[in-house]
Design a protein around this ligand. Structure first.
Ligand code: SAM
Length: 347
């Protein structure tokens, strides 16, 4: 095993560290890790997994100081974030407080809007620095608490929260973890509670252009720069881009679980494709604003993302089921919770 072996052993140690839940650096110093050879396929699957989560954590650790600023100003990106927040809040307006869990909470942009509405807020994030940011920014928020953790193994009791938010985080869960992440989010939500999950829309013109044209042009430019200036690559994006989804697939996946879909709302009608949305931010925001009334119409597919709102079924009374099915009827027009859903609290 020596030679190639230094490398393989290091990788192997990472696998062992994960299994024994020992931090890798610690294990290296203490030499506590037993080296054991595993079939290559198992090993590389675990390593892919580790390196992906490590990358996501590092990416958001690095972004933790600036992330909150992306909600401010007149840019297509800030408009996207603000619209997402508005839609989520329109669903919360209809509830009478309770416990809310925000998974992948980032720097806690939902703390104030939730606590002001009387919710007891818990934020969880895989990035320690994001959680440190939450603690720094919301030191005096008595109704809020934060913890470092993974969506795939939530450190909470069953049926604990009235609302579960997952905004902009589901796209960072690997496909093979999707089921376990969904199961965890459902487990900690009370029967009758709401799950509000945002997804990137794979078929939106913005992402199609981004994936097949813009990203390719950018990597070519980056390669040329590196070649000409001999510069190292700047880590301003993940090696694997965030995942995108198709509404029908997600509705099927969600509907097959202990969940009833209440609504699907599209947002982020950024018809100015990259880089034009950055060059002409006011126009991009204006167009997006104009199109936001299409959030449930046949033009909704133009939206960069969609939010699925679902209710956990279980010991729900029949009248609540009826109430929800009525509220479910998609209404054309402005984004937000359907009127029938307003002023109703989950079970
Ligand atoms: C795009 S940010 C969204 C932040 C916040 N929800 C918002 O809407 O402003 C995604 C967040 O999800 C977190 N995240 C990604 N994968 C995660 C996982 N498996 N478990 C917990 N948090 C995760 C990241 O660290 C990051 O803070």
């Amino acid at each position: 095993m020596a030679g190639l072996n230094g490398y393989v052993c290091r990788r192997q140690r990472i696998v062992e560290c994960k299994r024994h839940q020992v931090p890798f650096e610690h294990a290296q110093l203490q030499g506590v890790v037993r080296i054991q050879i595993e079939p290559r396929s198992v090993m590389s699957r675990e390593l892919d997994h580790l390196s992906w989560e490590h990358q996501v954590r590092k990416f958001f650790d690095d972004a933790s100081k600036e992330y909150a600023h992306s909600y401010a100003g007149m840019t297509a990106q800030s408009h996207y974030y603000v619209m997402r927040q508005k839609i989520v809040l329109s669903f919360l307006e209809s509830l009478n407080g309770g416990r809310i869990l925000d998974v992948g909470c980032g720097p806690g942009m939902m703390v104030e809007p939730c606590t002001q509405r009387g919710f007891l807020y818990t934020g969880l994030d895989i990035s320690e620095k994001m959680i440190a940011e939450c603690q720094r920014r919301h030191r005096s928020a008595s109704l809020a608490n934060f913890c470092v953790g993974r969506i795939q193994s939530l450190p909470f009791e069953n049926d604990f929260f009235d609302v579960l938010l997952c905004m902009g985080a589901f796209e960072y869960i690997r496909a093979e973890d999707e089921d376990v992440a969904m199961a965890e989010m459902i487990r900690v939500t009370k029967p009758g509670g709401l799950l509000i999950i945002s997804h990137l829309n794979r078929v939106s013109p913005y992402w199609v252009w981004d994936k097949y044209v813009y990203a390719k042009a950018r990597s070519l430019k980056r390669l040329m720069k590196q070649f000409l200036r001999g510069r190292g690559r700047r880590q301003d994006e993940l090696d694997t881009p965030p995942r995108d989804f198709v509404e029908l697939e997600r509705r099927k996946a969600i509907g097959s679980r202990q969940l009833k879909i209440i609504d699907t709302v599209y947002f982020g009608f950024n018809v100015f494709l990259r880089p034009f949305d950055r060059l002409l931010p006011r126009l991009a925001v204006w167009a997006s604003e104009k199109l936001s009334s299409q959030s449930r119409s046949s033009l909704r597919m133009l939206g960069m993302a969609f939010i699925i709102v679902a209710q956990k079924t279980g010991c729900m009374s029949a009248d609540i089921v009826d109430l929800i099915s009525n509220a479910c009827e998609p209404s054309e027009g402005a984004a937000g919770a359907p009127d029938k859903f307003r002023n109703k609290s989950p079970a």
